[in-house]
Design a protein around this ligand. Structure first.
Ligand code: ATP
Ligand code: MG
Length: 201
């Protein structure tokens, strides 16, 4: 056998073993249910990943709801597209905390968005819910963490919820099924590069 043939055989044997391993692990996953996915950490990619998953859901024609607990009156490319497609949005958009400087106003706005979220979380026809930047509402104490945990846990069994934001509270991580922490290795903003429309928002 030539060296090349031997390499080919070795590769094939290795791939067969890998396939058997992967097949066995896939066969082990039998539970069919929605999950709680947390995307946290200081790196870029949390909200955009959440919206990427929203696209997957919407792409299959599945009912999807989005809540944005963003304090800025930010435009957002994803919202432009998804509202055109009929995806319901609840957006806080009260202006930045350090601009409004009004905690009561922020809390009232958070509660209004949360009321919309509660409807999503009780509706079994909704396949996926994105709660973008929810973590800040919990760390600032704008929403009651125990109530949020209860609604998350009592949601319809087939429903998946994605939660994004830095410093996710441990209690949320504890009840989540999938948690990814996105690490900032570097960010262009730190080198003085301006955030870009259609890339950063
Ligand atoms: P994206 O929406 O791009 O996925 P993100 O949700 O991970 O980002 P946020 O903490 O919500 O990040 O930040 C919101 C804005 O700040 C976005 O415009 C994002 O591109 C930018 N950003 C994210 N991470 C960093 C960082 N480490 N330094 C500076 N700007 C950042
Ligand atoms: Mg974000």
């Amino acid at each position: 056998m030539t060296d090349q043939n031997q390499d080919h055989q070795d590769h094939k044997a290795k791939m067969q073993a890998t396939k058997a391993e992967v097949d066995a692990r896939v066969a082990q996953a039998r539970e069919k249910r929605g999950t709680i996915i947390v995307l946290t950490g200081n790196g870029k990619g949390k909200s955009s990943s959440g919206f990427g998953t929203v696209l997957r859901s919407v792409g299959y024609g599945l009912k999807t709801g989005v809540a944005q607990f963003v304090k800025g009156k930010w435009p957002c490319g994803e919202r432009e597209l998804l509202t055109k497609l009929g995806v319901p949005f609840h957006v806080m958009a009260t202006g930045f905390t350090w601009v409004t400087q009004d905690r009561d106003l922020d809390i009232a706005a958070a509660e209004t968005v949360w009321a919309g979220c509660k409807e999503f979380l009780q509706d079994p026809s909704i396949h996926l819910v994105l709660l973008d930047e929810l973590t800040y509402m919990l760390t600032y104490g704008y929403l009651d963490t125990q109530e949020v945990l209860r609604y998350l846990q009592e949601r319809p069994v087939e429903q998946t919820v994605i939660i994004t934001g830095r410093n996710c509270p441990q209690e949320v991580i504890d009840i989540a099924d999938t948690v990814s922490e996105i690490k900032a290795v570097k960010h262009a903003f730190e080198a003085g590069v301006k955030a870009r429309r259609g890339v950063d928002w």
